[in-house]
Design a protein around this ligand. Structure first.
Ligand SMILES: [Zn+2]
Length: 241
């Protein structure tokens, strides 16, 4: 069985594909599989895209997209009634919010590594608020203000963001110490998709991001909390732009 070509993967501009033509190559009880798709499947702390598929004379809501071996587009209604040729439409407001939050997460992780040497160990993004977990650090409320000042300064510089592939070996040499847990990746992975906040941060990631930091707006820290002895959680959102 062929894989689904993920249309948001190759470069930063492909993250802005919100409408696409595709062929249905499999129909099951509650999902369809497409030969190509711009829908992001839940993963890496970023929620699934939603939207719809349309065809001559009909349409179906896409309520969830999941990658489990294959990429499954869960739809409302009967998958058997979906014809071979469809057009996919993302819920763009939701996806763009995830792109902003995901890029902001990279930037906050890089800033907190720069200012406090803390390593990111997890994150969960939503359209309206997000959180990041850091290892072995304790932050005070004033520290979040310092993070905001640095974050906003970088956003005001309107730094471009790019996405490309890199050899794992090169990545291991170039990534800042503590920025990515490359040792957790299976040794079979020799090429990585890299998100590059140009001149400031490099991190392997398969998610979706914005093309320039100016699309983020300024940071709104929502607070911090200690999760056990070893973990610090930071909550944030972004100013409306
Ligand atoms: Zn990312």
């Amino acid at each position: 069985m062929a894989d689904t070509e993920m249309l948001y993967m190759p470069d930063i501009e492909s993250n802005y594909v919100r409408e696409f033509q595709a062929r249905v190559i499999k129909r099951k009880k509650d999902y369809i599989m497409l030969d190509r798709s711009a829908f992001y499947p839940e993963g890496g702390g970023q929620p699934s895209d939603t939207g719809r598929v349309e065809w001559e004379g009909g349409s179906a809501e896409v309520t969830f997209v999941q990658k489990k071996g294959i990429v499954k587009h869960i739809i409302e209604g009967d998958p058997q009634s979906v014809p071979d040729e469809v057009t996919g439409f993302l819920d763009w407001d939701r996806r763009h919010a995830h792109m902003r939050m995901h890029t902001a997460q990279h930037l906050i992780s890089a800033v907190i590594l720069e200012l406090y040497g803390a390593h990111t160990v997890g994150n969960q993004l939503y359209a309206d608020r997000s959180r990041i977990d850091f290892d072995r650090t304790r932050l005070a409320d004033e520290d979040l203000e310092r993070v905001k000042v640095r974050f906003d300064e970088l956003v005001d510089q309107a730094i471009p963001v790019s996405v490309y592939e890199m050899d794992r070996k090169e990545m291991e040499e170039r990534v800042k110490v503590g920025r990515a847990q490359l040792d957790l990746l299976p040794s079979s992975i020799t090429r990585l998709r890299v998100v590059d906040i140009e001149g400031y941060d490099l991190c392997p990631c398969a998610g979706t991001h914005v093309r320039n930091l100016s699309e983020l707006g300024h940071l709104v820290p929502l607070g911090r909390e200690s999760k056990g002895a070893q973990k610090e959680r930071v909550h944030f959102t972004l100013e409306e732009i």
